[in-house]
Design a binder for this molecule. Structure first.
Ligand SMILES: *[C@@H]1O[C@H](CO)[C@@H](O)[C@H](O)[C@H]1NC(C)=O
Ligand SMILES: *[C@@H]1O[C@H](CO)[C@@H](O)[C@H](O)[C@H]1NC(C)=O
Length: 328
């Protein structure tokens, strides 16, 4: 039978209803009845962890992106590999995931589990969502409201990571299509790239831009000359591949809009950063946020909320893990 207009309309309607339902499950006070202090407890744990090490901040933020971009925000990135399963976190793209991000979620869960009513009531996916908002805020960024009610995912495979995460060499076309697959716009992409205001990257990831760009030019001509010299000094060719450098060379420990100001000066670390300024579709947004940190903060919070809606698991598609690193 041919698909007539009524059928098509019905299909479209049910598609949008499903979409709505999955995000409608998320709400601000999801734990009001079970663990009303969830946000306070997580924030305290995050604060303690930051006092121990600053890396907590970029590591948690990075962990959240990796989680949400691979099979949705369902803490699948937390699962440890077993003899029979190589998990997400053991894909080679994990090199940038410092252990402190995982530890932040583990510590926050311990704090929650110490409260009788909260014990095993809050999903690891929601803990990571709250902790990420808190690290951003505690580093000087916005305090946006988080939506809660995600379940933890039931699968985690290294194979599922392939092709899902943005790479340092990606241009705006590639980035836009990766973000679009997660229902995120060009503006979301530019805002979330602003997370590179914090954190580190391995020297080897920038070698292509400072040593081996192409046949005619060893250095990517879009990089600021002084910055090239700085990068070559911090990242000599024979450097230990574990050595990392700041992604925001100006204010690396502060969540701010300096990332966009850096791009205006040719100081984006990766192609995936600098191309936001080179490409005429994203440049106006870079310029706007470089000149107005408040607008950037607002946009970043909104884009983080949208990121948090990606691939949310509900009903039979998830559960609440007793141990964030293992399936129940
Ligand atoms: C990343 O994966 C490697 C194996 O591919 C593993 O040895 C390492 O512990 C993983 N890193 C993290 C932070 O899980
Ligand atoms: C090398 O890159 C520069 C700048 O993007 C470009 O103008 C030049 O044509 C490239 N050379 C080759 C051989 O691709």
């Amino acid at each position: 039978m041919a698909l007539n207009k009524t059928n098509l309309l019905f299909l479209l309607l049910s598609f949008f209803l499903t979409l709505n339902l999955s995000s409608a499950q998320l709400r601000r006070n999801f734990y009001a009845g079970t663990c009303p202090d969830v946000e306070k407890i997580v924030r305290n744990a995050v604060q303690l962890k930051i006092q121990q090490t600053f890396t907590t901040i970029p590591a948690t933020l990075r962990l959240y992106f990796h989680d949400c971009f691979v099979n949705g925000c369902d803490a699948s990135v937390m699962i440890a590999s077993t003899n029979s399963n190589k998990a997400e976190k053991d894909h080679s793209d994990n090199l940038s995931l410092a252990g402190d991000g995982f530890d932040t979620v583990i510590k926050a869960k311990e704090a929650l589990d110490a409260v009788a009513t909260c014990r095993n009531k809050v999903s690891c996916a929601d803990i990571l969502t709250i902790a990420t908002r808190d690290v951003v805020n505690l580093a000087g960024g916005p305090r946006y409201e988080v939506e809660l009610g995600r379940l933890d995912g039931l699968s985690s495979t290294a194979a599922s990571v392939e092709g899902k995460l943005p790479q340092p060499t990606d241009d705006v076309n590639k980035l836009t299509s990766l973000f679009a697959k997660n229902g995120l716009s060009l503006k979301d992409m530019v805002a979330l790239s602003g997370a590179h205001t914090l954190g580190f990257a391995h020297c080897t990831k920038v070698f292509n831009r400072i040593y081996t760009f192409n046949k005619t030019s060893k250095v990517d001509p879009t990089i600021n000359k002084a910055y090239v010299a700085e990068l070559q000094a911090s990242c000599p060719r024979n450097i230990d591949p574990r050595v990392a450098i700041n992604m925001d060379p100006t204010t690396p420990r502060q969540f701010d809009n300096v990332y966009y100001k850096n791009l205006q000066q040719g100081k984006g670390l990766f192609t995936s950063d600098q191309d936001l300024f080179t490409d005429s579709r994203s440049k106006p947004t870079v310029d706007l946020w470089a000149s107005n940190g408040q607008l950037f903060n607002k946009a970043f919070g909104n884009s983080m909320i949208r990121l948090g809606r990606v691939g949310v698991k509900t009903g039979r598609n998830g559960n609440i893990r007793r141990d964030c690193g293992a399936f129940n």
